[in-house]
Design a protein around this ligand. Sequence first.
Ligand code: SF4
Length: 333
Amino acid sequence: MSVETLLPDAAAEPSPEWFAEVRELARRRDAVLLAHNYQLPAIQDVADHVGDSLALSRIAAESDASTIVFCGVHFMAETAKILSPDKTVLIPDARAGCSLADSITADQLREWRSEHPDAVVVSYVNTTAAVKAETDVCCTSSNAVDVVASIPVEREVLFLPDQFLGAHVRRVLDRTNMHVWAGECHVHAGINGAELSAQAQAHPDADLFVHPECGCATSALYLATSGSVPEDRVKILSTGGMVDAARATGAKEVLVATEVGMLHQLRRAAPEIDFRAVNERASCRYMKMITPEALLRSVREGTDEVHVDRELAERGRTAVQRMIEIGNPGSGE
Ligand code: SF4
């Protein structure tokens, strides 16, 4: 059946035939389909597993499937390849990048490190394989505080690439010898404190779920500590943590400050709760490059394969494994 038949209108929901065809082609390819929480609803629904980047990479490593189809952005597929070097890893569109991962290159990191030769380099998992290879220990938004706290207080820390997550860690640990790279994700930086405050006022009984990468994370903490919003209503969470919190909260309404694709999983996890985006325009164009058409082509033709140089992968794997050993790595973005 042709792609046109399965997807008659690019704007329309994919047909049940598309769903069946993707599943059948994945089975024939011995592939496991993984979808990040920010993917389009149809991609999330057809996948074997939906989650955050680190949880998906672990599932990929533990899976018996010989091929991993990673519906997410490129650094996530690279991380899966680093943890599963002998498996074939596909991403339906290799152009799906990430503005945060692209905010620092391996050359820039080497230069920064040369200015602080005794520092420990901590990288958020949203980095390229080349940057991970220059990193001492990776972290997720769940264990960033634990990772930095595990470093002797007299050692300098270089934290990258996300300035909002770095500011959060520095504030929690009150650590003055921690330098933070000025990177940001264009989507999360666009969710600002003014919008969050206005929404919190308009919905006085709602819980606030805030991703620490967001430009509004500082405002969320301020709202909580200034008494504007009861402290127990503000939850700074990774995307995986948001799903757990949705199941546990007693709130009827929740304001969500992260990429809007997250709402689909939250509504599935707790259909009785009214989830609202703090900023409905917070959509990652890179994540949305994984279209139903691209996924169909990927399982049909084996495109686009992700390759990571063996030596780079080896060094990056050490940094990722250190991350897994510290605290509760939970989840990444
Ligand atoms: S939402 Fe931001 S951090 Fe996440 S993949 Fe998109 S650009 Fe990267």
